[in-house]
Design a protein around this ligand. Structure first.
Ligand code: SF4
Length: 304
C-alpha cells in the first residue's frame, strides 16, 4: 500500500519512526468536509490540533467538533491551537452543529472546546445547550464531550452532567511532575478533581481521560498517573505519543518516541488495573475511534 510520512516538524529535532507512516488520505473527501464545516462557521480539533489521524478519521466521515471558537485563552506547551483573545460566542453554533451532525448521519460524536476563561461560566452553559440541540436533532446519537477544567467549579460541571452526555472526558495530559511545564495554566490535582466531581454528580456518565507520553516522564510516573486516574473514577483511558506541533520555542520538544510494544504494555496493565477500556498507541488521541471505549463500557455493564 502507498504510504506517506507526516510532516517532519512534529518530532522537533528527533526523526519520526516508521510506525508513524500513514496511508495517503482522500483529499477530495477531506476538502468537501472542510467546506461543509466552514460554511456553517464550525471548527474541528482535528484541523486545529494538526491531528495526524485526519486522513483516517475523515476518510471514515468522522470528525471531532470544537465549539466556542478556535482561539484558546490558555497556552499549553503541547498544543497547536491558537492562543489569545477569543471571539464572541456564536449563539447559533449549537443548532448549526446539530444540523451538520444530522447531515453526516453520525451515531456517535465527540465535541470538545477551547478553554474560555474569559466567560462567566467558562463555556459550561454553551456545552449544555450544544448537547441538548444535538440530541433534539439526532435522537439516537451518543455524545462524548471532552471538556476543559471549568476551574473544577461544581456548578459549571453540573450544567453539563445534568444534560447527561454518554461520556465525559477531561484530559490530565501528562504526569504530575511535568504538569506545570506542559500546561502552565492548569493543575494536575484540579484535573483529578474534575473527574471525581463528574462521577459524583452523575454516576451514569462514563468518565474518560487521556495523557501523552514522550515528554520526559518515567515508567513509574506513567503508572502512578494511571493509578491516580483510576482512583478519580476514570473508566476509559487513552495514551498516545506527544508530537511537537512546531519547532517554535513555545512548543516542547519530543524527548522520546515510545515503541508500539511499550504502548501495548501500558494497555494491558491498564486493563489489569481495572480501566474498562484502554487505547494506547503512538497515534492514539483522546477522540481516536472514541465510540469503541463507550461500547466496551456498555458491554461491561450488561455483563455485570
Ligand atoms: S483522532 Fe480525533 S482529533 Fe484526530 S482526526 Fe480523529 S477524530 Fe479528529
Amino acid at each position: 500500500m502507498t504510504h506517506t510520512t507526516l510532516d517532519p516538524t512534529p518530532s522537533g529535532s528527533l526523526r519520526l519512526p516508521s510506525w508513524f507512516r500513514q496511508p495517503i488520505p482522500d483529499m477530495e473527501k477531506i476538502s468537501a468536509m472542510k467546506d461543509s464545516f466552514r460554511s456553517k462557521g464550525l471548527h474541528t480539533v482535528c484541523e486545529s490540533s494538526h491531528c495526524p489521524n485526519m486522513g483516517q478519521c475523515w476518510g471514515r466521515g468522522v470528525a471531532t467538533f470544537m465549539i466556542l471558537g478556535d482561539v484558546c485563552t490558555r497556552a499549553c506547551r503541547f498544543c497547536a491551537i491558537a492562543a489569545g483573545n477569543p471571539l464572541k460566542v456564536d449563539l447559533d453554533e449549537p443548532e448549526h452543529l446539530a444540523q451538520t451532525i444530522q447531515r453526516m448521519k453520525l451515531r456517535y460524536v465527540v465535541i470538545t472546546s477551547v478553554a474560555r476563561d474569559d466567560l462567566g461560566d467558562e463555556g459550561a452553559g454553551h456545552f449544555a445547550k450544544t448537547i441538548i440541540a444535538v440530541r433534539k436533532e439526532n435522537p439516537a446519537i451518543k455524545i462524548e464531550v471532552l471538556i476543559p477544567d471549568f476551574s473544577a467549579e461544581e456548578g459549571r460541571l453540573k450544567k453539563v452532567t445534568d444534560v447527561a452526555p454518554e461520556v465525559m472526558s477531561h484530559n490530565i495530559e501528562t504526569v504530575r511532575r511535568l504538569s506545570d511545564q506542559v500546561r502552565p495554566q492548569a493543575e494536575y490535582e484540579r484535573s483529578l478533581l474534575v473527574l471525581k466531581t463528574i462521577k459524583r454528580l452523575n454516576p451514569s456518565i462514563f468518565v474518560k481521560s487521556s495523557f501523552m507520553v514522550g515528554l520526559g516522564e518515567s515508567r513509574e510516573e506513567i503508572l502512578s498517573t494511571m493509578t491516580d486516574l483510576l482512583e478519580a473514577g476514570c473508566q476509559i483511558l487513552t495514551i498516545g505519543q506527544y508530537l511537537a506541533p512546531s519547532q517554535m520555542k513555545r512548543h516542547l520538544k519530543v524527548e522520546r518516541f515510545v515503541s508500539p510494544e511499550e504502548f501495548e504494555n501500558y494497555r494491558q496493565l491498564g486493563r489489569k488495573m481495572g480501566f474498562r477500556h484502554v487505547m494506547s498507541g503512538p497515534l492514539v488521541r483522546s477522540s481516536y475511534i472514541a465510540e469503541e471505549g463507550y461500547q466496551e463500557c456498555v458491554k461491561d455493564l450488561v455483563s455485570t
